[in-house]
Design a protein around this ligand. Sequence first.
Ligand SMILES: [Zn+2]
Ligand SMILES: [Zn+2]
Length: 347
Amino acid sequence: MPTYELVGNPHMHTPFSDGEWYHAQIAEAAAAAGLDFVITTDHNVWVEGPEGYHGDVLVLVGEEVHDNRRQPQANHCLIYGADAEMCLHAESAQGLIDAARERNALTFLAHPLDPPLDFVHEESLSWVDWEIERYTGIEVWNYMTEFKARIPNRLLAIWYAFNPRSAIRGPFRQTLAIWDSLLAKGRRVAAIGGADAHGSTYTLGPISRTLFPYEYLFRCVNVHLLIDRPLNRDVSADKQSIYKALAQGRCWIGYDLIGSTRGFRFAARSMANSAGIGEELKRAGAVTFEVETPAAGRIRLIRAGKGVVASGRGRRLKYTSADAGAYRVEVTRAGKGWIYSNPIYVR
Ligand SMILES: [Zn+2]
Ligand SMILES: [Zn+2]
């Protein structure tokens, strides 16, 4: 079956919570950055109405829910496809996840590690209640969380704000380790990455400006989805294709700023059986993995719980194994994180 690639960003805010731009303006920024879709995720409010095509960009409306009576206000959960207000269920993380599941909605733990920003007295907004089940996945790479975590003090904040490329390196190793430990237990946990764009204007000493415009962030950490039929401007069918791919983890996270990750491929086969990203492969003897990247980089094939099983430089990597497990790919370019694929689950 042919697959089609879509590029989008699944985490951002509008003036319905703490963002600056409304949906139509955000869609223009997304179009300028070459995205196919965006999902807005306002804090504790599901915004009914703006979902649909704005020009060529499909705007979907999700929600980022947390319990605002909790201190600190940790446990941010991204919800996609509920089409209803979900913050009523925020008091219990598991209750929220189950309420979303009842509506066939997806739940992703947002910025699961979010270090405190001591010099501006911001508390950690990490995920803390790990005794949960039945969620769809985790947000392995959140651009703004990473940026905040990489700036050590107020003075360097100004320098980094004008040189964000030098701050951004990739998902936190600890977040990847949490994901791997879940995968190694045999769980299916989809990974996504997102901007967490707000478009806010910051004042740092004498300087006041929008440090991270939506359009800039839409050129950075995105998700690339694989779907079975191209989008055709039928909002409900197109939305279903996008959410199905996210649910299955038929996607990779790409830091497109340092080189478009369009065209990345990761597949496995075992005799007559074959599988792509996010899919299951039933072993029939040895399994051969093939990775192809749109430009040269350092490619690592990782088996969750076992670490790197194969690596090499260039545009291709091939590896044969007899072992079951969740196999995923990381690609770096010049030391920067570039591509983080979801696993192929070998049974
Ligand atoms: Zn958040
Ligand atoms: Zn957010």
